[in-house]
Design a protein around this ligand. Structure first.
Ligand code: COA
Ligand code: MG
Length: 309
C-alpha cells in the first residue's frame, strides 16, 4: 500500500526535457501533472545535457499547482542512475515524483526506492519523493501485482500502449487504431494493470494518444479508461490537456447524486434501514461504496456539491 500523498492526475503532460521552450510553456499551463522527459522525447546526444536543463527548469520555473515529475531513462541503460542522482541532487526540493519507464519486476522499483532513500538522507530532504512506473513490457503485465506492491513510495501505474505493443508483438497498425482487431486490443493489459493499481491504493493512468489533432477520438479514449477505473491519461500536446481534465472529472450531476445517496443512506441507517430508494433507485451499502469514488475525485478536484444537496 502506498504511503504517499494523493495527487490529481487527470492529465499528465509529457514535455521533452531538452526543450526549454516547452518546459516554460508547460509550467504556465493549468495542468494536474507535468513530467519532464529524459527518455524517448530526448535524443541520445541530448540526454546528458537535458539533465541540467531539467534541474534549471525545476529550480527556476513556477509550476503552480502541477505535480512536478521527471521521467528517467530505462534501468537497463547506463543513463538511469545518473539521471536520478543529477535530478534529485540538483532539484530534489522542487520535485514530487520520479517516473520509471519499462519496469520489469519489483526489483526495479526497489532499486529506485533505495537510491532515493540514500540521496534524500544525504541532502536532508523533508518530503519523500514518490515513484510512478510505466507498465509497458509483457513481463510487467505478467508481474504487475508484485510491482504494484514493491514500495510505499509508489503512487501510480501507467499503461504505456506503444512500448507494450512492441513488447508483446502486437500488430504495429494497432497504435493508429486500424489493425482490424475487434474491440479494444489492449483491454486485457489495461484491465489487469488497473486491478493491480486499485488493489494497492495506487492511481491507474492511461498512456498517450499520438493522433493529437483528433480531440474527439482522444476524448473517447479518456472516457473508456475512466470507465475501467483509471484516474487520468497522458497528454503529449497542450491541446489534449483540457479534454483529459474534463473527461476525468465527475460532472456536477454525478457529484450531487453521490452526495445525495450518501446522505440518504446515513439517515436510513439511523432508522435501522439497510436499503432505501433515492430518486427511483435502490441505495444500499454497496451503492455508497461505488459512489465514494466520485466523492473522492470531486474532493481532490475541488468540486463541491450544489447548494441544498
Ligand atoms: N509541452 C509543452 N509545450 C508543447 C508541447 C508539450 N508537450 N507540445 C507542443 N508544445 C507547444 C509548442 O512548442 C508550440 O508552442 P508555440 O505556440 O509557443 O510555438 C505550441 O505548443 C503548439 O505546438 P504545435 O506547433 O501544434 O506542435 P509542435 O509541432 O511544436 O510539436 C510534438 C508537436 C508532437 C513534437 C510535441 O507536441 C511534443 O514534443 N510532444 C511531446 C512528445 C513527448 O514527450 N513524447 C514522449 C512521451 S509519449
Ligand atoms: Mg515507453
Amino acid at each position: 500500500m502506498t504511503s504517499q500523498p494523493k495527487r490529481l492526475r487527470r492529465c499528465q503532460l509529457a514535455v521533452p526535457g531538452s526543450s526549454e521552450k516547452m518546459m516554460a510553456k508547460a509550467a504556465a499551463l493549468e495542468v494536474d501533472h507535468v513530467f519532464l522527459d529524459l527518455e524517448d522525447a530526448v535524443a541520445p546526444s541530448a540526454k546528458v545535457g537535458a539533465r541540467g536543463q531539467i534541474v534549471e527548469a525545476l529550480n527556476s520555473l513556477d509550476f503552480g499547482r502541477s505535480v512536478r515529475c521527471v521521467r528517467i531513462n530505462d534501468l537497463d541503460t547506463h543513463y538511469a542512475y545518473d539521471d536520478i542522482i543529477a535530478v534529485v541532487e540538483g532539484a530534489g526540493a522542487n520535485l514530487d515524483t520520479i517516473l520509471v519507464p519499462k519496469v520489469r519486476s519489483a526489483c526495479d522499483v526497489r532499486f529506485v526506492d533505495r537510491l532515493l532513500t540514500q540521496i534524500e538522507g544525504k541532502l536532508g530532504l523533508k518530503r519523500r519523493i514518490g515513484i510512478e512506473v510505466l507498465i509497458e513490457e509483457a513481463e510487467a503485465i505478467m508481474r504487475v501485482e508484485e510491482i504494484a506492491g514493491a514500495s510505499g513510495r509508489l503512487e501510480a501505474l501507467i499503461f504505456g500502449m506503444g512500448d507494450y505493443s512492441a513488447s508483446q508483438g502486437i500488430d504495429p497498425r494497432a497504435i493508429a487504431g486500424d489493425c482490424g482487431y475487434p474491440g479494444d486490443i489492449w483491454h486485457y493489459a489495461r484491465y489487469k494493470m488497473i486491478v493491480a493499481a486499485r488493489s494497492f491504493g495506487l492511481d491507474a493512468v492511461d498512456g498517450p494518444f499520438v493522433n493529437f489533432r483528433d480531440g474527439d477520438w482522444f476524448r473517447t479514449e479518456c472516457v473508456r479508461a475512466r470507465q475501467l477505473g483509471a484516474v487520468g491519461k497522458w497528454a503529449i500536446h497542450p491541446s489534449q490537456v483540457a479534454i483529459a481534465q474534463e473527461a476525468f472529472s465527475p460532472s456536477q450531476a454525478e457529484v450531487d447524486r453521490a452526495y445525495k445517496a450518501v446522505a440518504a443512506y446515513a439517515e436510513a441507517q439511523k432508522q435501522g434501514l439497510g436499503a432505501i430508494q433515492v430518486d427511483g433507485q435502490m441505495v444500499d451499502v454497496a451503492t455508497v461504496r461505488l459512489v465514494q469514488r466520485v466523492i473522492d475525485q470531486a474532493e481532490l478536484a475541488g468540486i463541491k456539491p450544489s447548494a441544498g444537496v
